[in-house]
Design a protein around this ligand. Structure first.
Ligand code: SAM
Length: 289
């Protein structure tokens, strides 16, 4: 059976089934073998692994995953793709299960428990860009045992996930992702590696999940509220950002007192703080109330 990734084979499959791309599902299929190899290498997929693939499309990356992994579960929302996957492009792989579902509705923790005995799985995907953040946050927040998440995302999003304090890309997404994982951009991928070509640049990012959070904090929910509040109004000082947040209920004086007790300049901005410093601030505020 034809190996996808080769643009000619991809076009043949699309024509054979008269497949119509659906923009609303973020459908941009990979047609570059080097990029596909790179994703598998970056994820470090081996025959011990159970891999969850989000959005297999016509099964291009899935074929590579099936060859490298022990087992692949691929969740695809578009019902028009299911016959192509089951009867054609994935028909010869006996280690792939295709589920026709919205990934945001799948109980991934249950899937990992059932298929991998609760051991950490790998998540590998060329993500639909319109739901990158909810997918990744869902994986982190639902306590799914994960080794790494290796995904194609919009280039700007990858840069924000990897950014450190004091840079223009640093923000709530950087801090939240880095609380759960170590981010590494494995490749930048231009639009001509996809059909149809996306209107933005792309990048493969690997998020290697921490076994323990890199900072200790008495109340992680408060930590995330502080992070969101600090970056909601980027131009404001940390003090004003926290004061204006609807999620927090500390008085102006309590916030000022907390910042002072940490020995920070009262006009400091959130974008200057490390994850460790946000955790310190959370613990000081936690002690107040
Ligand atoms: N993996 C294929 C490849 O690399 O060529 C396709 C990637 S394409 C960027 C994203 C895929 O995700 C599409 O097949 C799309 O239909 C699917 N998708 C979009 N939203 C989804 C959702 N909520 N749940 C599951 N799959 C989704």
């Amino acid at each position: 059976m034809a190996k996808l990734g080769n643009p000619q084979n991809t076009i043949e499959i699309l024509q054979k089934y008269g497949f119509q791309f659906q923009k609303k599902f973020g459908q941009n299929f990979l047609i570059d073998e080097h990029v596909l190899d790179k994703i598998i290498r970056a994820a470090g997929v081996t025959k011990d692994d159970m891999v969850l693939e989000i959005g297999p499309g016509i099964g291009t990356l899935t074929q590579y995953l099936a060859e490298a992994a022990r087992e692949v579960v691929a969740v695809e929302i578009d019902k028009n793709l299911i016959p192509i996957l089951e009867n054609d492009t994935l028909a010869e792989y006996d280690n792939v299960t295709v589920i026709n579902e919205d990934i945001l509705k799948v109980d991934i923790a249950a899937l990992a428990a059932e298929r991998n005995g609760g051991r950490p799985i790998k998540v590998v995907a060329n993500l639909p860009y319109y739901i990158t953040t909810p997918i990744i946050m869902g994986l982190f927040e639902k306590g799914v045992p994960i080794d790494n998440i290796t995904v194609m995302v919009q280039k700007e999003v990858a840069e924000r996930m990897q950014a450190g304090p004091g840079t223009k890309d640093y923000g709530a997404l950087s801090l939240t992702v880095q609380y759960y994982a170590e981010a590494y951009i494995a490749a930048n991928v231009p639009p001509n590696c996809f059909i149809p070509r996306p209107g933005v640049g792309s990048a493969v990012i690997r998020l290697t999940c921490h076994k323990e959070p890199p900072v200790q904090c008495g109340d992680p929910a408060l930590l995330f509220k502080l992070i969101r509040a600090s970056f909601n109004q980027r131009r404001k000082t940390l003090q004003n950002g926290l004061n204006n947040s609807l999620e927090l209920s500390y008085s102006k004086e309590q916030i000022a007192q907390a910042i002072e007790s940490l020995g920070w300049n009262p006009s400091i901005r959130g974008e200057a703080l490390t994850l460790e410093q946000f955790a310190q601030l959370a613990d000081v505020l936690l002690a107040i109330k």
